[in-house]
Design a protein around this ligand. Sequence first.
Ligand code: ZN
Length: 212
Amino acid sequence: MAIIDISVNIKPGFPVWPGHPEIRFTPIQKIGNDSKANVTQIELGAHSGTHLDAPLHFLKDGCDVTGIDLEILIGPALLIEVSDVQVVDAALLDKLSIPKNTERLLIKTSNSQLWSENNTMFHKDFVAISDSGAKWIVEHGIRLVGVDYLSVAPYGNTGPTHYTLLQAGIVPVEGLNFDGVKEGRYHLICLPIKLEGCEGAPARAVLIDLDR
Ligand SMILES: [Zn+2]
């Protein structure tokens, strides 16, 4: 059984959404004369690195990240690769012959390469899901959709895709890294930190390759 880590390393200098807090790690105790232990204070936005969005992100009365059904976050997943596209829309998804019983859809795009470049810059021109793509996902019974940059929705137009997915109870997982991962069927485990009252939370996400 091979376990593939599809999470990014959260660290100071890692790109964050414009306007969100920078990631900061401050050592408040260091092993030495004054302390027996190392202790770090962390500062970060709820949408840092690999993370998921709860309905509360865009819906006033939506549930927070602790309310997301764990059964959605663990189970069979399909990873599809779409290189050379700028947007994932309904027309593209129609062409991909995604099996009808797919509940967790992970979309690998050219975004994944951005992580390996060790880039500290936020890229506004990342590949995202359009509202028509989000509607396609709703209509096809998908419960979780994973993307490889910091938002499911295009920069400058984040509303429609998020509303469509979150209103339908679909969990968007953002900031995944599929670099070097082949398309195919896997078992996904994606568990967010249990931050009560928060509309999103960093998560550790792994794929289990059941064929190996
Ligand atoms: Zn988010």
